[in-house]
Design a protein around this ligand. Structure first.
Ligand code: HEM
Length: 344
């Protein structure tokens, strides 16, 4: 390499390092962070694209809510879950088994592309995800879950499958493990119960609840286990998906169980039906059932089964708290140009 080329590479490297360092040590996220940074309404763009994505395919909503949870529980809300594998980093978070079925990346890409055109190099992917999950929750709850979310998070530059394995809860966890997993992120036992209500929407692969097909009848309704779940999982392609909420499953397949189905509250799908189903042993994962197996959590399952409005409010508060999980101290941050790759 010629000397001039070496100098050019060095200058480029220094500039890159400067951008990285500049964005390091972020401040606390604030409400309306982008109001004076862009000539367009950033949150308006997110809202419109989320609405269009859900109008086109309602299941995008569940995808975005889970994506946000899986982002924030691993290295804080830093968009690390969005990064694709590269030669240098072949196993980012999204390749982890704990992230099976994770989707919604295309919706985030579409939002980012629009925002980059309107207000380049300013809005982080981490913030886009926080806004998108909020808007999806509002849409799926018919406005019942409605909150203001602070912004100003930088995007992280580290993403490791092992971090996802070590930080995300497993569907076979017992209640004590669920409690300690959430406590490690600063969440109380009640907030654990509140956040699991997100399983009123979305879907799961059979491999995520295989254990439930042989669970005792004291832990799962036997008709649901043998005539609904086992039949779905035994048929069709390898590892098919099943709706998380019995309400959303094919009525013919449910047979007599249709009498147990809790109607959607005011047309909302993200609602407290999870708790009502849980009290009847009609939920998918062992980790869901585990919340009724112990008095300390069962108390809260009853509380939210009885009061859907309270759950809407408390779920909104828990999502705001989730949105405040920040990167590990000393981490570098940046504003990514595309959400699937770091800048340099
Ligand atoms: C308590 C611990 C939790 C465990 C063990 C757990 C586990 C799982 C598993 C195994 C799946 C299915 C993945 C698949 O097979 O494709 C799933 C789906 C889902 N989870 Fe959780 N989860 C937990 C908490 C949460 C929380 C706190 C949220 C959000 C606030 C959430 C939101 C969702 C959503 C929306 C889906 C459906 C996603 C889709 O349809 O693409 N989960 N979860």
């Amino acid at each position: 390499m010629k000397v001039s080329a070496v100098v050019l590479v060095l200058v480029a490297f220094q500039a890159a390092a400067a951008v990285l360092v500049q964005a390091t040590a972020p401040g606390t996220p604030t409400v309306g962070y982008y109001n004076d940074k862009c000539n367009v309404s950033v949150e308006g763009i997110v809202r419109d694209i989320v609405k269009a994505a859900l109008d086109a395919d309602i299941t995008n909503g569940a995808a975005l809510v889970r994506l946000f949870f899986h982002d924030c529980f691993v290295r804080g809300c830093d968009g690390s879950v969005l990064l694709d594998p590269t030669y240098a980093n072949p196993y980012p978070e999204k390749t982890s088994g704990a992230n099976i079925g994770l989707r919604g990346f295309d919706v985030i890409d579409a939002i980012k592309a629009n925002i980059e055109t309107a207000c380049p190099n300013t809005v982080s992917c981490a913030d886009i995800l926080a806004f998108a999950a909020r808007d999806a929750s509002r849409y799926l709850s018919n406005g019942g879950i409605n909150y203001i979310v602070p912004a100003g998070r930088p995007d992280g530059v580290v993403s490791l499958a092992t971090d996802a394995e070590n930080n995300l809860p497993g569907s076979t966890f017992e209640v004590s493990k669920l409690i300690s997993n959430f406590a490690a992120k600063g969440f109380t036992l009640e907030e654990l119960v509140i956040l699991c209500g997100a399983h009123s929407i979305g879907r799961a692969h059979c491999s995520s609840f295989n254990d439930r097909l042989s669970a005792p009848s004291s832990e799962i309704n036997p008709y649901f286990r043998d005539n609904v779940l086992a039949k779905y999982c035994g048929a069709g392609p390898a590892d098919p998906t099943v709706e998380n909420n019995i309400r959303d499953q094919n009525a013919t397949a449910l047979g007599n169980l249709t009498s147990y189905v809790v109607p959607a509250s005011g047309g909302a799908s993200l609602d407290n039906s999870y708790y009502i189903n849980n009290l009847k042993n009609l939920v998918l994962f062992h980790s869901d059932w585990a919340l009724v197996g112990t008095n300390s959590t069962l108390r809260h399952v009853h509380e939210y089964a009885d009061n859907g409005t309270l759950w809407n409010l408390d779920f909104a508060d828990a999502l705001v708290k989730l949105s405040k999980l920040s990167m590990p101290p000393g981490s570098s941050g940046e504003i990514r140009k595309t959400c699937r790759a770091t800048n340099y």
